[in-house]
Design a protein around this ligand. Sequence first.
Ligand SMILES: Nc1nc2c(ncn2[C@@H]2O[C@H](COP(=O)(O)OP(=O)(O)OP(=O)(O)O)[C@@H](O)[C@H]2O)c(=O)[nH]1
Ligand SMILES: [Mg+2]
Ligand SMILES: [Zn+2]
Length: 364
Amino acid sequence: MKKKSVESGKKAKIKQRKSYSQEDTWLEDMDVQSSTGRVQSKKDETRTLIKKGTAPKDMKLDYGTVMAVGGRTWYVQSGTEIIECLPAGTVFAMHEDTSLLAVGDNVGFERLNDEGGLNKGMIVEVDKRSSQLSRKGIGKHAGEQVIISNVDSILIVMAAADPFYNKRLLDRYLIAAELGGLRPMICINKIELMDTELIVEDLSVYAEALTIPIYFTSAKEHKGIEELAQELREHSTVLSGPSGVGKSSLINAITGEDVQRTGEVSERTWKGKHITSSARMFAMPGGGFLADTPGLRELGLWDIHPDDTAFYFHDFDSFYPKCKFTSCTHRHEPDCAVKQAVEEELIDPERYISYLQIVESLEE
Ligand SMILES: Nc1nc2c(ncn2[C@@H]2O[C@H](COP(=O)(O)OP(=O)(O)OP(=O)(O)O)[C@@H](O)[C@H]2O)c(=O)[nH]1
Ligand SMILES: [Mg+2]
Ligand SMILES: [Zn+2]
């Protein structure tokens, strides 16, 4: 049985590599639109002045939530209406140095004269974010990229196989969740492809030491969907994970018909709107939101110092106070209680590998 998982892992790797080239570009695109307020497309470029604070009281603003982004347009839901918005020349925001706009943001906007009966507006104000899933951009977009804001929870979705789940990436997600103020949950989809018991055992550190809820689902065979839906109801949750693990399939399985029946923001709403790829919010029947996001191959951590990394590995919590040196990095130092615990398998050795890799990547 062990052999099976290794093989699936290998196969998954080969498969993933092929599809990598197309991934993540959505974030780079979003970043061009939003980082430091610069809004640009291939044809034209406009700049937005960001002022810290809230819009002047005399501006007559309507309020709504950004549900999706496509091209330069931010789709804002206000009541049951979707307003197509561009950022105004000056935008008031409580954050100056992160992505100006992100899906999930609560915004104030001015309506434009809608002669053609279209709902159009200009975003003038972005509210303070209560939570966010961020990552570090790559290359010239190396700032913070906010993937989604203002959701309570993150469902980290991975697959039992095809592609095989990635514990290194999972550990990065857990840190990003804590940094962004999101409650973490794990979903292993495509469970019909593998023996669930093996995975339960392999992921026991998450369920036991870290007490993170783990859901096992098959969107294909509609297994575990009700339990998951029950948990997500009345919350707002972002689904994130690698490409091809079944995030969109799970959202369809959970909301699909119901959302369309209630006539709220459904797949139909977005048809013809050229939202190629971005985070997208769906209202859940009975309350709450689900946010779908395109696959992420990597998750560069934002706003964390290498020396602080161990604090986010809560399965190390009871050990590091016993290290000989208070400044112990748990790598080369003598009398390190963390290393000792890894040797005694009181700490999952794979978590320690993640820790080392993350510290190393943060030092680059
Ligand atoms: N075997 C199996 N296949 C599934 C399951 N759920 C989804 N799939 C298939 O996996 C493929 C990817 O599913 P998506 O829902 O598009 O995956 P995603 O995570 O949204 O992928 P991105 O949008 O690229 O990030 C599709 O061919 C689905 O039909 C499942 O439970 N079992
Ligand atoms: Mg998808
Ligand atoms: Zn130590």
